[in-house]
Design a protein around this ligand. Structure first.
Ligand SMILES: *Cc1c(COP(=O)(O)O)cnc(C)c1O
Length: 377
C-alpha cells in the first residue's frame, strides 16, 4: 500500500454505523430492562416485515440461530446433516451441538456454494437436513430438488449469515419457504453487535425456538413476576437477543436501503478495477440480486500474495479454511477436491462501507504488485 492509503483499507471487514445506534442503546439502558424485551419483539416484527414473512425469531447469534433451527427441525443423534466444508466453523459446530454428524460436501468452484447435484449425491438414509451456505451473499437455489428432499423428510436449513437482504428471484432470502438463519454479528450486512434470527416455516417451529432461547421456561417475564414458580418445559439455553442488541439492529434497519446500495456499488467498483488484472478470478456473488458480503478473488501463489499484501497494510483475509481439515471435525474428513483447491487460492479483499472507490483502486494496484512480486500468473 502507498503512503496515501487510508486506514480503512487495512481492515478486511468493519461494522458501519449510521449515527442513531448509540442513542437507541442509551434509551434501552435508561429503561432498566436489558433482557428479552419489547425492543427485541419490535426487532422481530421489523425483520419479518422487511423480509416479507409472517414471523421471525430473534436469538443471540447466528450460531444460536443454526442450533435452534436444527432443534426445531428435530435433528439429533444418529442423524446426518449435509453441509459444505467451505463455511465458517459455526455451521459445523451447530451440527455437533445437536449430537448429529456433519456430512461434508464439495462446492461448485465458480460460486463456492453447494448445488442440487452435490447435495443429492450425498443423501443417504441417515440424512435429516441439508444446510446450504449462501456464500458471499449469493442465494442458493435448491428448488429443483425441493420436492425430492421433502419426500425423504430432509429439512433445508439455509445458512444465510452472509445474505441478509439478498434476493432469490423476486423474494428476499428467508421468504422462499426454507428454514432460514441470519447472523447479525459485528461484520455482517446488518449488525446488532451480536445477534441472529431464525425464519421459521410454521408456528410450531417458532414456538419451539422461542422456548429454547429462554432456557425452556414456558412463561414470559411479566407472567413470572406474578407467580411463585416457573415451568421448565423443555431443553433450552440462554439464547435470547438482548434489547440492547435489538436496538442497534433496529437503527441499522432504518438505513438498510443505503447499506444495500453501497455494498453493491463497492462490489462493482472492485469488479471493474479487477478486470484489468490477469490471472485473478473474481468469485461471482450475483451482485445484482444479492447484498454482497465478501469480495473474494482466486489467485496463484495465494500464501505469498497474502503475506505481501499484509506487509503492505492491506486487510486481506481468507474465508474460510475448510472444516473437513480442522482437528475438531477430523472424524468426518473426506476428500473434497474443489474445496481444497479453492482453499489454496481464495483471498478476501477489504470489503466494508468505510471504503472509498479510491481505496479500492489502491487495493487493486497493491494486489497487482503483490502478484507480480510472486512471479505472476
Ligand atoms: C457469521 C457466520 C455464522 C455465525 O454467526 P455468529 O453470529 O457469528 O454466531 C454462521 N455461518 C456463517 C457462514 C457465518 O459467516
Amino acid at each position: 500500500m502507498t503512503a496515501t492509503s487510508r486506514p480503512d483499507a487495512r481492515r478486511n471487514a468493519s461494522p458501519y454505523l449510521y449515527g442513531q445506534e448509540a442513542g437507541a442503546v442509551a434509551r434501552v439502558l435508561e429503561s432498566g430492562q436489558y433482557g428479552h424485551t419489547a425492543v427485541t419483539e419490535e426487532f422481530e416484527r421489523r425483520v419479518a416485515g422487511f423480509l416479507g414473512v409472517p414471523d421471525a425469531v430473534a436469538v443471540a447469534s447466528g450460531t444460536a440461530a443454526l442450533h435452534c433451527a436444527l432443534l426445531a427441525a428435530k435433528v439429533g443423534p444418529g442423524d446426518e446433516v449435509i453441509v459444505p466444508s467451505m463455511t465458517f466453523c459455526a455451521t459445523a459446530q451447530a451440527i455437533l451441538a445437536v449430537g448429529a454428524t456433519p456430512r461434508f460436501v464439495d462446492i461448485d468452484p465458480t460460486t463456492l456454494c453447494v448445488n442440487d447435484r452435490l447435495v443429492m449425491e450425498a443423501v443417504s438414509g441417515a440424512t435429516a437436513a441439508v444446510i446450504p451456505v449462501l456464500f458471499g451473499g449469493r442465494a442458493v437455489d435448491l428448488a429443483p430438488v425441493r420436492d425430492e428432499l421433502a419426500e425423504r423428510s430432509i429439512t433445508v436449513i439455509e445458512d444465510a449469515a452472509h445474505a441478509f437482504g439478498s434476493r432469490n428471484g423476486m423474494r428476499r432470502v428467508g421468504a422462499t419457504g426454507a428454514l432460514t438463519c441470519f447472523s447479525f454479528g459485528p461484520i455482517k450486512n446488518l449488525t446488532c453487535g451480536q445477534g441472529g434470527v431464525v425464519v421459521p416455516r410454521a408456528p410450531e417451529e417458532a414456538d419451539t425456538i422461542r422456548q429454547v432461547r429462554l432456557l425452556g421456561v414456558a412463561q414470559s417475564q411479566s407472567e413470572r413476576a406474578n407467580a411463585t414458580t416457573y415451568h421448565v418445559d423443555t431443553f433450552g439455553l440462554r439464547y435470547q437477543l438482548s434489547g440492547i442488541n435489538a436496538a442497534i439492529g433496529l437503527a441499522q434497519l432504518d438505513h438498510f436501503g443505503t447499506t444495500e446500495h453501497a455494498r453493491r456499488r463497492l462490489w462493482h467498483a472492485y469488479r471493474k478495477a479487477l478486470a484489468t488484472l490477469d490471472g485473478v478470478i473474481l468469485v461471482d456473488v450475483d451482485a445484482d440480486h444479492s447484498v454482497p458480503h465478501l469480495c473474494q478473488v482466486r489467485v496463484p501463489h495465494r500464501d505469498q500474495v497474502f503475506a505481501d499484501l499484509r506487509a503492505r497494510d492491506v486487510g486481506v483475509g481468507v474465508h474460510y479454511p475448510p472444516n473437513h481439515l480442522q482437528p475438531a471435525f477430523a472424524t468426518w474428513h473426506r476428500p473434497l477436491p474443489a474445496t481444497e483447491q479453492a482453499a489454496a487460492e481464495i483471498l478476501s479483499l477489504p470489503f466494508h462501507q468505510h471504503l472509498t472507490e479510491t481505496d479500492i483502486d489502491l487495493v487493486v494496484s497493491a494486489l497487482a504488485q503483490a502478484l507480480e512480486a510472486s512471479g505472476g500468473a
